[in-house]
Design a protein around this ligand. Structure first.
Ligand code: KIV
Ligand code: NA
Length: 264
């Protein structure tokens, strides 16, 4: 199988073919999503709240994300593996961003990195891109800026649409190979997608984007509770695991597991 590369995503955009991205944080999910033909696996800083038990993406560190990224990179034969730079690991300077990005590639085997921000991140994107690091940008609602943005809010509404388009252009001009748009009105995301040459990847941005991304624990129902409007639930993994764990516990308590067939 041939590895998905940045030019493949660009070619898919040009052909009007949609592509897919999912988060992955470990070996079996990575291998399974890869087998399903998902083009891009994102080791998101959403591991903060989906793996490490934090309430937001802010606390997760580079040292916590690198081992997860390594596991995903070892397990995906075809998918492009994108490492998500955590809060505070790239915003200080282009040098800081580049050095962090290089760690994801050298120490963890990521094929690309993702970072949040628009025009203000152009120097960081440029430094990475010139230094051999493919960069996926992320604009619209950017969870690392949750507190600065005043909570989970749709971005790019009304007057702000022009600024969103300017941010999209700025990250493209800086050398990003793709851009995630999160929580943006569908018509605005469609307009940005049409105006950009690089592929756009939507999450809560309607179906006019070139690709889509979801956090797998949300989409496949490992996480329960309140979901964002943009999440569609494709499975009930929580329910499957809950039933399996209960059935196992029942068997052990009843003395029916292990049976003779499990015993030496
Ligand atoms: O960390 C993450 O999971 C993300 C995606 C939702 C785009 O950044
Ligand atoms: Na993220």
């Amino acid at each position: 199988v041939k590895r998905i590369r940045t030019h493949h995503l660009r070619e898919m955009k040009e052909r009007g073919e949609k592509f897919t991205m999912l988060t992955a944080y470990d070996m079996y999910t990575a291998a399974t999503f890869d087998e399903a033909g998902i083009e891009v696996l994102l080791v998101g800083d959403s591991a903060s709240n989906n793996v490490y038990g934090n309430e937001t993406s802010l606390p997760v560190t580079v040292d916590e994300l690198l081992p997860l990224t390594r596991a995903v990179a070892r397990s995906a034969k075809r998918a492009m593996v994108v490492g998500d730079l955590p809060f505070g690991s790239y915003q200080a300077s282009p040098e800081q961003g580049y050095l962090t990005a290089v760690r994801f590639m050298k120490e963890a085997g990521a094929h690309a990195i993702k970072l949040e921000g628009g025009a203000e991140m152009a120097p960081v994107i440029e430094k990475c891109a010139r230094g051999g690091v493919p960069v996926m940008a992320h604009i619209g609602f950017t969870p690392q800026s949750e507190h600065a943005l005043g909570g989970y809010r749709v971005q790019g509404r009304g007057e702000a649409a022009d600024r969103l388009l300017a941010d999209a252009r700025a990250v493209q001009d800086a050398g990003a190979f793709a851009v995630v748009m999160e929580m943006v009105p569908g018509d605005v995301a469609t307009r940005v997608t049409k105006e950009l040459e690089i592929p756009t990847i939507g999450i809560g941005a309607g179906n006019g984007c070139d690709g889509q991304v979801l956090v797998w624990q949300d989409a496949f129902g490992l996480r329960t509770g309140r979901m964002a409007k943009f999440v569609k639930q494709y499975a009930d993994v929580h329910g499957v695991l809950l039933e399996a764990a209960r059935a196992y516990a029942d068997d052990v308590r009843a003395g029916t597991f292990p049976g003779p067939e499990h015993t030496f």
